[in-house]
Ligand binder design. Structure first.
Ligand code: PGA
Length: 303
């Protein structure tokens, strides 16, 4: 059945008023234009929709069915219009974001603050390591990604919004804990508990030490910052983590930051998406929110 919205609109008006003249006035059309649309609709459906008895027109049974469905369609179009307006105004929609596991220490607070201002929006948050984020970007799986140094190999729109200092952590009773001016060479004899090889923290740490010409002694490998902190606390070695992961442990004095020359390793957080991606209104609003307000929702330990 090949009917157009325009034909349905004209039909609805004629059927409601049972008058070609009144429909023509209402729709600012000529009466022959209205008759033509109805004729085309009857041709397309293959059945008469009106019958004329004397001067009056009536709906045929098929016309009554058509009228019933037309009103449903009209109602749905109105609803669709409202929904689209809501989406444009960021009153509803869905936001799928992915963040580096280290960024999750502030990303959930950011999301919560954004959600408060946009009550109709639903969210999905994937917390994963750098290697998975890169795959998700390559496959265009997420609206936005929050990560450390973005790769140059992918064509991305990236914007830095906050510093991400990496520090050396130790338990408070460690021999180096009270020394004010450590140099990197003094770390050579220590064992380090490190993140898994797909982690941005791990990559940054390895690059830093290789630039310094220092070969680190790495012990256990762990897939989360929480595990690293626990391991360091338990005396399994030193660790290198983002300052964003530490406020609680520093406050409760379960860990300390070692004062090592050339530290912290200074990195940044970026909000990232593929170039050419059409960001939804909610994704645009969240990106703006991150760029302007991330600092407000981030607790950082003093260095
Ligand atoms: P990650 O952090 O170590 O949790 O992957 C991301 C990054 O710092 O790039």
């Amino acid at each position: 059945m090949n009917v157009t919205f325009r034909q349905l609109k004209v039909f609805e008006s004629v059927a409601r008023q049972l008058s070609y003249t009144q429909a023509a006035n209402e729709l600012h059309l000529t009466q022959p234009a209205v008759s033509m649309q109805i004729k085309q609709l009857e041709d397309a459906t293959g059945i008469a929709l009106f019958e004329q008895l004397g001067k009056k027109i009536y709906l045929t049974p098929a016309g009554q069915e058509m009228y019933h469905y037309c009103r449903g369609i009209e109602q749905q179009m109105k609803e669709l219009e409202n929904v689209l307006e809501d989406i444009k105004g960021v009153k509803r929609g869905h936001l799928a974001i992915s963040v580096a596991s280290t960024a999750n220490y502030f990303a959930t607070r950011l999301l919560a603050a954004f959600a408060k201002e946009h009550a109709g929006i639903s969210f999905s948050l994937d917390v994963t390591n750098r290697a998975t984020l890169l795959r998700q970007l390559a496959n265009n799986e997420k609206d936005l990604v929050i990560m450390g140094q973005p790769p140059e190999a992918l064509d991305l729109v990236t914007e830095a919004f906050m510093e991400n200092p990496l520090v050396v952590i130790a338990p408070p009773d460690h021999g180096l804990a009270r020394q004010p001016n450590l140099n990197i060479a003094q770390l050579k004899n220590e064992t380090f508990v490190v993140r898994e090889s797909g982690s941005g923290t791990r990559i940054a740490m390895e690059r830093f030490f290789s630039e310094q010409g220092v070969q680190l002694h790495t012990g256990m490998e762990m897939t989360s910052n929480e595990a690293i902190k626990q391991a360091v606390e338990a005396g399994l070695g030193l660790g290198i983590v983002s300052i964003h992961t530490l406020p609680l442990e520093l406050e409760t004095k379960r860990l300390v930051i070692l004062k090592v020359k050339d530290f912290p390793i200074l990195r940044h957080w970026y909000v990232v998406h593929r170039r050419g991606k059409r960001l939804s209104p909610v994704a645009q609003a969240f990106r703006q929110f991150v760029l302007e307000r991330a600092g407000e929702f981030t607790i950082t330990a003093p260095l």
